[in-house]
Design a protein around this ligand. Structure first.
Ligand code: NAP
Length: 254
């Protein structure tokens, strides 16, 4: 029996990449998973992985930047599974470019998905999480895990929109922890470093080498490295941890 047996999780951007591994890891620990991505059909592969891990899943199409979509998604999850215990705000995009040439559209697009999307899902799950009760009648609360980034802490040339969105996610995480803590709803962020994925595969070799030179553990991270940390934060072993930003980056920054 896993640490998350009977719990219900929502994972956004779970059709591929880091989100897919998070969905799989939560399922391996017993959670039922609502797999959310822009289009329902993009969720199918991950739904299959969750079921193969012996758990239950539904795939839901949802644009995390659209308030009505987000509210409808949380409603659908509650209709299917009864509640929400774990919320993983993972969906994220990049539209890189130097600040002086960055268009309003590229700024808005990244802020809307990465930061507003995290706010919208956090708002939508906060009430159902506050109402969760354990078998003995005490508050069971919930766990919200936001996927930030090392560059939301350090800044990064060419990523004004992305770094601002992730810095915002870090501040939102701390505020959420303060607002919901008294109802036993915890909120933490994972700040990945350089993780092998479609997002980073496209980078030129010299850029990848420059990153590698800054990583004491001398390897890029994997989606599973992130998923393991998320599963820990979701579960009872992290019951006294809230408002924290956990760096999973091979030692990239101190
Ligand atoms: P990815 O492979 O691009 O996956 C992101 C997922 O989010 C995709 O399935 C994408 O769908 C989905 N998505 C995009 N916009 C959405 C929207 N509006 N509504 C719903 N879903 C949407 O990225 P990843 O590398 O796994 O990254 C996952 C998270 O980790 C992101 O928040 C990212 O910023 C963060 N992160 C990644 C790294 C890294 O090195 N990879 C480092 C630090 C932080 P589509 O199929 O439509 O694109």
């Amino acid at each position: 029996m896993g640490n998350l047996e009977g719990k219900v999780a929502i994972v956004t951007g779970a059709g591929r990449g880091i989100g897919q591994q998070i969905a799989k890891k939560l399922a391996e620990q017993g959670a039922k998973v609502a797999v959310v991505d822009l289009k329902a059909e993009w969720c199918e592969e991950t739904v299959g992985l969750v079921k193969a891990a012996g758990s239950e899943a539904i795939g839901l199409g949802c644009n995390v930047a659209e308030s009505a979509d987000v509210d409808a998604t949380v409603k659908a999850v509650i209709a299917q599974f009864g509640t929400v215990d774990i919320m993983v705000n993972n969906a994220g995009i990049t539209k890189d470019g130097l600040l002086m040439r960055m268009s309003d559209e590229d700024w808005d697009a990244v802020l809307n998905v990465n930061l507003k999307g995290t706010f919208l899902f956090t708002r939508a799950v906060s009430r159902p999480m506050m109402k969760n009760k354990a078998a003995d009648g005490t508050s069971a609360g919930g766990s919200i895990i936001n996927i930030a980034s090392v560059v939301g802490i350090m800044g990064n040339a060419g990523q004004a929109n992305y770094t601002a969105s992730k810095g915002g996610v870090i501040a939102l995480t701390k505020t959420t922890a303060k607002e919901l803590g008294s109802r036993n709803v915890r909120c933490n962020a994972v700040a990945p470093g350089f993780i092998q994925s479609k997002m980073t595969d496209v980078l030129p070799e010299d850029v990848k080498k420059a990153y590698m030179d800054t990583i004491p553990l001398k390897r890029f991270g994997t989606a599973e490295d992130i998923a393991k940390c998320v599963a820990f934060l979701a579960g009872p072993d992290a019951s006294y941890i809230t408002g924290q930003i956990i760096s999973v980056n091979g030692g990239m920054i101190g």
